[in-house]
Design a protein around this ligand. Structure first.
Ligand code: NDP
Ligand code: GDR
Length: 360
């Protein structure tokens, strides 16, 4: 039975990848970090009792900033494959926490690669690095492909640039099977709530049910190539199954603006969007009960990535990979799940909890 180790297993991609690898018969180990509250919501459905001798899903405490924990876990697990998904992954937050972002996202990748080398696992353990379209930043070519020059535009992207090159360097220097997936934005119903897509679907659902009045956003004209996380983790696995390690762009090849995402999501639940500045007052509310979307400059970034559009030709030709889930299907699934969550919240707000419910 193959063993895989996933850093960032509690995140969006980690949860989809863990499911996929368990379906494929792997023994899956995940690294979670210590938190004062439960942080395993996305993988609770995969939980297996530690007393179960046949369990194939095991969690370990560790942190990307703590080499000793990483070496200990890798030594104990002796994985065939490591998927390095852990990161401070929010671009805007990286301007607030640049040093921490560099430590976890750049040096974190180095720590894993060094652990593989120190433990003499270079020939056994294959390594996947979660690289990103943010590397292209101020784009030098449209669409972006594997050969497009990088121009990172945030502390997050600069940290990921280091991780990208250290992965290439360990492949060349030590003959390791190490590769980069340069993934364009991918979303899902379990996308973090502060990324723009999930922020939009969550807010529109709550506005529809009267739980919230207004959705405040930053740059509405930013354009992204949005795919579905479920499709993209399949590619992460495929990249580690090739004869030779190589880097791949993973994208849909289609882009939309943030404004178009809002419109598509609003249409999905039949609400009308009123944009601030179009017949609304300075609070962004026109009193008509319509959905109000207002621009708040606090969400602008010091340096913005205006447009990203990937060219997935190499992945299509060499990995036989094409995304299955369309943009409209992605938005529809996210809207549906956030409507269900808002309906639950609205029910609680309307009826509250009673002692009777509690004891039942
Ligand atoms: P998430 O933010 O959903 O998940 C990040 C994961 O990393 C979480 O499990 C988080 O733990 C963990 N983590 C963060 N810091 C540390 C640390 N110091 N030590 C250990 N674990 C840590 O990201 P996604 O799942 O969306 O993305 C996965 C990876 O792919 C990331 O590296 C991201 O940068 C990259 N990427 C993502 C893209 C996307 O569109 N989603 C596109 C391109 C690249 P916790 O749950 O406790 O916060
Ligand atoms: P991104 O994703 O920065 O591309 O990084 P995000 O969803 O945060 O932003 C996409 C675009 O939307 C604009 N935007 C807003 N963004 C947020 N978060 N909140 C807002 O209110 C808002 N309004 C407009 C942003 O300015 C930006 O242009 C994601 C992460 O998953 C990274 O880890 C990953 O590497 C890249 O995708 C590929």
């Amino acid at each position: 039975m193959k063993k895989a180790l996933i850093t960032g297993v509690t995140g969006q991609d980690g949860s989809y990848l863990a499911s996929l690898l368990l379906e494929k018969g792997y023994e899956v180990h995940g690294i979670k970090r210590r938190s004062s509250i439960f942080n395993t919501d996305r993988i609770d459905h995969l939980y297996q009792d530690p007393h179960d001798e046949d369990r194939r899903f095991v969690l370990h405490y560790g942190d990307m900033t703590d080499s000793s924990s990483l070496v200990r876990i890798i030594q104990q697990v002796q994985p065939d494959e490591i998927y390095n998904l852990a990161a401070q992954s929010h671009v805007a937050v990286s301007f607030e926490e640049p040093e921490y972002t560099a430590n976890s996202d750049a040096l974190g990748a180095l720590r894993i690669l060094e652990a593989i080398r120190i433990l003499k696992l270079e020939k056994k353990t294959r390594f996947y690095q979660a690289s990103t379209s943010e590397l292209y930043g101020l784009v030098q070519e449209i669409p972006q492909r594997e050969t497009t020059p990088f121009y990172p535009r945030s502390p997050y992207a600069v940290a990921k640039l280091y991780a990208y090159w250290i992965t290439v360097n360990y492949r060349e220097a030590y003959g390791m099977y190490a590769c980069n997936g340069i993934l364009f934005n991918h979303e899902s119903p379990v996308r973090g709530e502060t990324f723009v897509t999930r922020k939009i679907t969550r807010a529109l659902a709550r506005i529809k049910l009267g739980l919230q009045d207004c959705l405040y956003l930053g740059n509405l004209d930013a354009r992204r190539d949005w795919g579905h996380a479920k499709d993209y983790v399949e590619m992460q696995w495929l990249m580690l199954q090739q004869e030779q390690p190589e880097d791949f762009v993973i994208a849909t090849g289609v882009q939309y603006s943030v404004r178009e995402f809002v419109d598509t999501a609003a249409r999905e639940i039949g609400i009308v969007v009123t944009w601030k500045g179009e017949g609304v007052d300075e609070k962004g509310y026109d009193g008509s009960g319509k959905c109000i979307v207002s621009v708040d400059p606090r969400y602008f970034r010091p340096t913005e990535v205006e447009t990203l559009l990937g060219d997935p030709t190499k992945a299509q030709q060499k990995l036989g990979w094409t995304p299955k889930i369309t943009f409209n299907e992605l938005v529809s699934e996210m809207m549906l799940e956030d409507m269900k969550a808002a309906e639950r919240d609205e029910l609680v707000k309307r009826h509250g909890f009673s002692a009777y419910d509690y004891h039942e």
